[in-house]
Design a protein around this ligand. Structure first.
Ligand SMILES: [Zn+2]
Length: 112
């Protein structure tokens, strides 16, 4: 009976360790979802109007298209943050100069 009690205690300790690890993962993922101060986010979903959008990976878009200019030297693609609507799941990204934000932040990070 005594051995059984020790095994159960070990199992409980193992499960507590697993839960603690999962809590750390949740905190890390929540921090990643949370927008940074000053970080631009689309005001609302174009499909349903919901104002809650989460970051959802990166895409790349031609700089010419983002800035709506037709000039030489703007033919390359830059990384642009993608967002997803919490309500309807539609994808979104920033338009115009705010779409440059994540590219600039990335460049600034690489130069540190
Ligand atoms: Zn939506």
């Amino acid at each position: 009976m005594r051995a059984g009690g020790t095994e159960r205690r070990d199992r409980v300790n193992d499960l507590r360790a697993i839960i603690a690890e999962q809590r750390r993962t949740i905190r890390r993922l929540e921090a990643a979802l949370k927008k940074q101060p000053g970080e631009p986010v689309p005001a609302r979903c174009a499909r349903c109007g919901c104002e809650k959008l989460y970051k959802n990976g990166m895409t790349s878009i031609h700089l010419k298209r983002i800035l709506n200019i037709d000039r030489n030297g703007f033919e390359y693609r830059i990384p642009v943050q993608k967002f997803v609507c919490v309500n309807c799941g539609a994808g979104a990204h920033l338009k115009g100069p705010p779409a440059l934000y994540h590219w600039i932040v990335r460049i600034a990070g690489e130069r540190k």
